[in-house]
Design a protein around this ligand. Sequence first.
Ligand code: MG
Ligand code: ZN
Length: 217
Amino acid sequence: MEIKVVRRIMEMNEQHAEVVRQRLREAGVVALNLIGAPGSGKTSLIECAIRELKHEVGIGVIEGDPDTTRDAERIAQLDVPVVQINTEGGCHLEATMVLRALDEMNLNGLDLLFIENVGNLVCPVVFDLGETHRVAVVSTAEGHDKPAKYPALFRTAQVTVLNKVDLLPYLDFNEPQFVTDVRKLNPDMPILRVSCRTGEGLADWIRWLLQARLTMR
Ligand code: MG
Ligand code: ZN
């Protein structure tokens, strides 16, 4: 009985994800689903990208959060369209929520749509949001064992951002082990070393985004 219900939820999500994908394709918008733990720096990565790119690239943001509108307020200060989804305690976004958010957003003139998922490394992975690319965000402070412990995220992502590399001197983060574990799951995926605080590696993030933007044309 229960299994049937779960299957129906996933089927519905697949259908809604397909509608999202179709709508984005028609509008020529590339969508990025950012998945990472709370505090991994998802919002900061989006902010950096907006600051660098907003004059040449049309950017919109969908912010998923269990509660507050704090991240959406940060994004709104940068003067790009942002829609907040409050999951009311829910631990992941579903395609139907993105679909409703798209109704609130004018896709004309947009090239890139950032979707910041709820901070969580587990269930966001199984819900297709109709995104073009999936971005795995990990900060060095979380430890190097995350790819080994949460393999599904790294298997299904198109890029991994290792954030907060400025903290490496203070941590026991084993970077070669991290890279080896990611490579085992996804041999060709780029791993970008970034610090939003010092600006290290941000050029690589921006370059990757500009490349990603071309994938739908
Ligand atoms: Mg955030
Ligand atoms: Zn969840």
